[in-house]
Design a protein around this ligand. Structure first.
Ligand code: EPZ
Length: 435
């Protein structure tokens, strides 16, 4: 079992370049199934990205890392199936479905499992692809999809702006016959990045003023060279780490526009924030003020992926903060871990009330999910004394060299590698995979 040994209390200060966005790189890699040879730059070194590369191999698309890029080339052939192991390793494997049906005319998958944020249905994905002509049958936990005559355009209205369902629909529509008009779509920066990539490959996609996404299917897509946008959630995590330790951080290779809601909360809590075209500088006060109320919302609202790390920061602020989680039904699994550090947090349904305490104290902790795990590490960095953190496979899914980067900012954090597996499972660190 790998573990972080953390001695908390250090002020984090320095400069840091942010890696490419996991949640942009993953759908772009999924789209590579329907595109020509491409070079996808700024792909972060994360386990989720390795899983996506492996999936591409099964689907007849060779993908290999070259420096910070992943180079893809369609070799033809390939399978209509994603192995169960890869479906289970990463929830976002489901975003490959649209491209698989478009490219192969069929797909067979297990339902993505390992829900750790409450129910995460895929009804919107399936309904959209069904309206585009896919016949979808579910039996024994498996999905059987086919579209022998290909997919066609459709008018699709998403009842919730699901990020994954929007991505699946756009990828499927890019080479479908005729026009697809998608309303109620998500507009996260990662989706716009996927659209940029597909446009680079020759897709005809228009964003309407009213929020609709209009895709005119083309017969064949070419390839492109594309640079993935910076990871706004990783950026926000490092900003919170500096903010809650009274630190100072210059973040480079970021898009400050993508961080607006997070910067506004940190500014309101007493941090001095300045931004340039691709950088953010934050200087934190000795102790943050409580954040008031934070409600997670689809972009450009406050991101659900930042809720847990912002909660870690709220735990030592002067005053209280109320969180309302509107995106996922159960995204407070980090709360018991933060409580072990002495945080005063009470949850009720989708709400969490945090009363900042003057000091947290080190404890033995476990990552509960990717962003929850980052929150636990941040709590330990701000706490007095020693903490241990296990469950690091979660962190490895979304943060490239998390401990190394924090250490370079002055954190006393060390990773001890271990290889034991939990008895009776093939999971290291009790990891079941979400994302
Ligand atoms: C993406 O997940 C991200 N993952 C998540 O980041 C992020 O938290 C989430 O969007 C919201 O921003 C990736 O991009 C790989 P959704 P996704 O479909 O696509 C409901 C991280 O930490 N819903 O927008 O799975 C669903 O239950 C991860 O990096 C349906 O009801 O999110 C949820 O309540 C975690 N039916 C809400 O919509 C559906 O068919 C949002 O889900 C699909 C979704």
């Amino acid at each position: 079992m790998s573990v972080y040994m953390i001695r908390g209390g250090n002020r984090l200060a320095g400069r840091l370049a942010v890696h490419g966005a996991k949640n942009a790189a993953l759908p772009i890699l999924a789209a590579a199934v329907v595109c020509g040879d491409s070079v996808i730059e700024n792909c972060p070194r994360l386990t989720d990205i390795s899983v996506a590369v492996e999936i591409l191999g099964h689907l007849g698309c060779r993908a290999a890392r070259q420096g910070d890029a992943i180079v893809t080339s369609r070799e033809g052939g390939g399978d209509c199936r994603i192995p169960d192991r890869l479906m289970g390793a990463m929830r976002s494997s489901i975003v490959f479905l649209g491209g698989m049906i478009a490219c192969h005319g069929c797909a067979e998958l297990t339902l993505p499992g390992g829900c750790e944020l409450g129910a995460r249905p895929i009804d919107l994905h399936l309904s959209a692809l069904g309206q585009m002509g896919a016949a979808i049958r579910e039996s024994g936990g498996r999905l059987y999809c086919s579209a022998p005559r290909g997919l066609h355009g459709a008018r699709i209205d998403l009842t919730f702006p699901s990020v994954g369902a929007t991505e699946n629909t756009i990828i499927a529509a890019a080479t479908a016959r005729g026009e697809t008009v998608l309303t109620g779509a998500a507009r996260e920066p990662e989706i716009l990045d996927l659209i940029d990539f597909l446009r680079g490959c020759g897709a005809r996609i228009r964003l309407e003023r009213d929020g609709a996404i209009r895709v005119e299917g083309v017969e064949k897509l070419g390839g492109t060279r594309h640079r993935v946008i910076p990871d706004r959630i990783a950026a926000g995590t490092y900003l919170c780490a500096a903010a809650m330790t009274g630190g100072e951080l210059l973040l480079e290779q970021v898009d400050p526009g993508h961080l607006a809601s997070c910067l506004s909360v940190l500014g309101g809590a007493g941090c001095q924030v300045s931004v340039g075209p691709d950088w953010v500088r934050l200087t934190a006060p000795e102790r943050l003020r409580g954040f008031g109320t934070i409600k997670t919302m689809p972009y450009p609202g406050f991101p659900t992926d930042m809720q847990s790390v912002m909660m870690a920061a709220a735990a030592t602020a002067r005053g209280s903060t109320v969180f309302v989680e509107n995106i996922f039904e159960s995204r407070y699994r980090h709360v018991p871990e933060l409580r072990k550090l002495g945080a005063d947090i009470v949850t009720e349904g989708r709400a969490a009330m945090v009363t900042g305490v003057e000091r947290l104290t080190g404890a033995d902790l476990c990552c509960t999910d990717l962003r929850g795990g980052a929150a636990v590490v941040l709590g330990a960095l701000a706490a007095r004394g020693q903490s241990t953190v296990t469950g690091l496979a979660h962190i490895d899914r979304g943060y490239d060299d998390f401990a190394g980067k924090l250490a370079r900012l002055g954190a006393d954090i060390q990773r001890i590698e271990g290889k034991e597996r939990k008895e009776g499972t093939d999971e290291e660190d009790g990891w079941t995979g979400t994302g």
